[in-house]
Design a protein around this ligand. Sequence first.
Ligand code: CDP
Length: 237
Amino acid sequence: MSKSVRSDGRALDELRPMKMKVGVIKRADGSAEVEFGQTRVVAAVYGPRPIHPKHQEISGRALLRCRYNMLPFSVSDRKKPGYDRRSTELAKVITEALEPSVFLEEFPRTVIDIDMEIVQADAGTRVAAINAASLALADAGIPMRDLVSAVAAGRANGKLMVDLTKEEEDADDAIDLPMAIMSRIGKTTLLQMDGVASAQELESIMALAEEGCKKIYAVQKKTLIHRYNADQTQTEA
Ligand code: CDP
């Protein structure tokens, strides 16, 4: 793919610089911090543990309870603290993106809580949160079918590209397509789209996202291997 035109000098199929680290929150059962350029998220996992309120108990499996929160200082206009409609919707799609990856049936009547805090936002926070949450689940030692890797691809200023910044997402012709996949199994667990694309564009954008997810998967695995080798160093790519 040709070099471009992007304001940060990236090629169209190039991800932002990534940093991943696990075991960052000592009080949690598992945790991770993930950065894609200026987008930065921390995820913490608790459980499986008894569920409160008890009526949320599911007899045949664990409940995966995700919370997504954008911190007031994470965006340029200070955000009102607390959960809102957007965070509730994102928690739902993130839950659905992660659920197929976890052997929930092994822990009936329990809850696995995942808290995701957006520390800094420059677009792509839902996908960064999914990458961090999946790493945090693995860090907690929860049995999983595969890691979930996620990135958005789309269009800005007439070009198709991966891992859009906020500036790119704000282009008049923007398309934003967040995708999450389990690379080893080859299963897509999140696919959303904002904007209008032709069938051909859609195919190319999905291919860009899939290729991006595979690169992210490699960095996630490397991060976990570092952790298991007890040389917790940050993984950068
Ligand atoms: O973050 P993501 O792309 O998953 O979700 P979005 O709802 O499409 O938001 C895109 C971007 O808009 C965020 O990443 C933030 O950079 C920005 N945003 C903001 O500045 N203030 C908000 N209250 C919400 C989002």
